[in-house]
Ligand binder design. Structure first.
Ligand SMILES: NC(=O)c1ccc[n+]([C@@H]2O[C@H](COP(=O)([O-])OP(=O)(O)OC[C@H]3O[C@@H](n4cnc5c(N)ncnc54)[C@H](OP(=O)(O)O)[C@@H]3O)[C@@H](O)[C@H]2O)c1
Length: 273
């Protein structure tokens, strides 16, 4: 299906580039993908890297009538850009918004009545095809349009569909903000290694590969994290000594509270609290 779709990106930043890369790798035709981007240097970069149609004006992109228009500008620009796109919409076109914190009702208000729209929350590992995206579509969205959205986002990693939009604030707090928590843990693990006398480059590699390997084992094995933790904690051994210190420092509670704090902040920013 991707090969047949005509896709237009409004905004050619990091997320757009990641999705374009994934789409081309998945077999989409470069002559069926276009981007509108105001920055001349960025346009040139996109053109050279992907050899596709890169336009200066959003109106020109809309006149080419892409079946799926991917809104990939920063949230603060969404309202102005949708206003600019408003006269161009045609029946059968789908708006796929990846803008964080902009709910479906706000998107719908800026579109002609009945225009198809879907909201997606990706995360930064999408930049290397290892993301997870939560997709929310109104019940009115056709099965075909739903499939378009899922196939497009699948090029950046896993896609989960949710049926209750209010979950988006929790998703933002967990998978959207989550990469930052993991980077903090990676940095602290490396610091711990250095405190034990390891050279920094070695400590960095050990920390990164431990996080990647453990996460992949957790994913592939399907085991509960507690089961895998128990497998590496031998009685009276080194690992249980480290685990005991994490528990007395309240790391588990701190992570739970970090996600809750991000959730509260997301609710405030999106006007839900
Ligand atoms: N990055 C992430 O991990 C992530 C995760 C979840 C959701 N998102 C969402 O994805 C969206 C894009 O994020 P990003 O990280 O890709 O941002 P970005 O790199 O800043 O990309 C946005 C692009 O849109 C361009 N732009 C600005 N005004 C425009 C206009 N009027 N018409 C067309 N293009 C315009 C910007 O150009 P200039 O630089 O010239 O302004 C920039 O190239 C955001 O809404 C964000 O909330 C991102």
């Amino acid at each position: 299906m991707l090969q047949e779709l005509k896709i237009g990106f409004v905004g050619g930043g990091n997320m757009a580039a990641a999705l374009i890369e994934g789409l081309l790798q998945a077999g989409a035709q470069s002559d069926r993908i276009m981007v509108s981007e105001p920055d001349a240097a960025r346009r040139q970069w996109l053109q050279e890297k992907f050899k596709l149609q890169v336009l200066e004006e959003n109106g020109t992109l809309m006149r080419n009538v892409p079946q799926v228009v991917i809104l990939a500008v920063k949230p603060g620009k969404v309202s102005g850009v949708l206003w600019e796109l408003r006269p161009f919409w045609q029946e059968g076109q789908l708006l796929l918004s990846i803008a964080a914190g902009i709910d479906l009702a706000s998107l719908q208000r800026a579109l002609p009545e009945g225009q198809a729209v879907v909201r997606v929350m990706p995360n930064t590992p999408a930049l290397i095809g290892e993301g997870i995206s939560a997709l929310f579509a109104p019940a009115s969205l056709s099965a075909k349009e739903r499939q378009w959205a899922k196939e497009i986002m699948a090029v950046s990693g896993e896609v989960v569909e949710i049926e209750d939009e209010s979950l988006m604030d929790g998703i933002t707090a967990l998978s959207g903000s989550g990469p930052a928590y993991v980077y903090l843990i990676a940095e602290a693990l490396s610091d711990g290694g250095v405190a034990c006398g390891l050279p920094r480059p070695l400590a960095d590699r050990l920390a990164i590969r431990t996080l990647i390997g453990s996460a992949r084992l957790l994913d592939v094995s399907g085991s509960h994290p507690g089961v895998l933790k128990n497998q590496v904690t031998s009685p009276g051994g080194t690992t249980i000594a480290g685990v005991a210190r994490l528990e007395s420092a309240g790391v588990r509670g701190a992570l739970i509270e970090a996600v809750q704090a991000a959730w509260q902040r997301s609710r405030t920013l999106s006007g839900h609290a």
